[in-house]
Design a protein around this ligand. Structure first.
Ligand code: GDP
Length: 198
């Protein structure tokens, strides 16, 4: 898919106030610092469209971007940061879960995980919650450039194997990416483009 336009539409924490255009929507989420903003900027080829956060947990809103005038890319807040109060965490969880449960336009979530790390409880719990609620998602491995090339595939497969050893009967679609190397961009965009064509 070629990106011809990428426009910021709105930020909010209320699902009911998200844009009401009936465009297919794809939502990106992951632990803070996983490389979500960098990935989004790489995908749409606009530096600074999603704000890379120096301070984890700062961007706690649902951000809608209209891409090619025919789909929404949604930047959801990062989870799993330590500096946020319990009350904030609860509020955050509420609107994120509401987003996934109520947003009818949502076609797929993309759960980002740092390829260097073994599955973390917070990610596993979140993916399980998506599974239980039958919300489709794909896994996006980030920062692949941080591993030696011969270890990239191995590490991703080990991660996926751990899902199969756990509660999962099959692995979700997955992508290996590096924002600094522009790796995985075509695969991810074509995946979205193909679904949009269906
Ligand atoms: P976010 O908090 O998930 O939005 O993460 P950011 O996109 O702000 O990135 C967090 C940190 O990881 C920053 O220092 C980025 O420069 C770095 N980073 C993000 N993506 C990559 C990548 O693909 N490769 C490398 N080497 N570093 C990355």
């Amino acid at each position: 898919m070629k990106i011809t336009s990428a426009e910021f539409v709105m930020s909010n924490s209320n699902v009911a106030k998200c844009p009401n255009e009936p465009l297919p929507e794809y939502a990106f989420i992951g632990r803070s610092n996983v490389g979500k903003s960098s990935l989004i900027n790489m995908l749409v080829d606009r530096k600074g469209l999603a704000k890379t956060s120096g301070r984890p947990g700062k961007t706690q809103l649902i951000n809608h971007f209209r891409i090619n005038k025919n789909w929404f890319l949604v930047d959801l807040p990062g989870y799993g940061y330590a500096r946020v109060s319990k009350k904030d965490k609860k509020t955050f969880q509420k609107y994120i879960t509401e987003y996934f449960l109520k947003r009818k336009q949502l076609v797929s979530g993309f759960v980002l995980v740092d390829i260097r790390h073994d599955p973390q409880p917070v990610d596993l719990e979140f993916m399980e919650w998506l599974g239980v609620n039958q919300i489709p998602f794909a896994i996006v491995f980030t920062k692949a450039d941080k591993l030696k090339p011969n270890l990239v595939e191995k590490q991703a497969n080990a991660y996926l194997q751990k899902l199969l050893d756990g509660v999962w009967e099959e692995v979700p679609p997955h992508f290996i990416t590096s924002s600094s190397q522009h790796m995985g961009r075509e695969e991810l965009l074509n995946y979205i483009g193909d679904i949009n064509q269906e």
